[in-house]
Design a binder for this molecule. Structure first.
Ligand code: SF4
Ligand code: SF4
Length: 147
């Protein structure tokens, strides 16, 4: 009989502990997000794929098509091309692609850029069904991007 009461006591204690934890989380702050409808801002040092920086004065890219990022990238994932424009010293960027399947996020391209024309994006919502989906046209992305 004493075993019966000990079990009853243990069960009641366990139930009280469980309910205590449930109650604590019921009245505490909500720490879950309704992803993907809600997202968290990424930390300043978060490294997403590289992106072109928008020049606030011109509203377009800051790239001077020097090719340093392409030459420096140890994985060969950057392709840059540009055209000479009549009367303008700087070349105009016509193509900037990134093969993100090869990128190790080492940051050498960002460091070497003399025009501060590339940065790490905060994009972590990447999904695709093919490798081609991860070859990004960064010039097009800049044109489509609001910020
Ligand atoms: S972060 Fe590194 S691997 Fe990725 S594109 Fe830049 S240089 Fe290449
Ligand atoms: S290093 Fe900078 S300026 Fe030169 S091609 Fe790359 S992004 Fe453009």
């Amino acid at each position: 009989m004493s075993g019966y009461f000990r079990d009853l006591l243990d069960g009641t204690k366990s139930l009280a502990v469980g309910l205590g934890i449930t109650f604590k989380y019921m009245v505490g702050p909500v720490i879950t997000l309704q992803y993907p409808h809600q997202t968290l801002p990424m930390q300043p040092r978060f490294r997403g794929h590289i992106d072109l920086v928008r020049d606030p004065e011109t509203g377009t890219d800051r790239c001077i098509v020097c090719g340093m990022c392409q030459k420096t990238c140890p994985s060969g994932c950057i392709t840059v091309a540009g055209d000479k424009v009549e009367g303008v010293k700087k070349k105009a960027l016509t193509l900037y692609t990134l093969d993100f399947t090869k990128c190790s996020l080492c940051g050498l391209c960002v460091e070497v850029c003399p025009a501060d024309a590339i940065t790490f994006s905060k994009d972590y919502n990447l999904a695709g069904r093919s490798r081609e989906a991860y070859v990004f046209d960064l010039k097009k992305r800049l044109e489509e991007r609001k910020g």
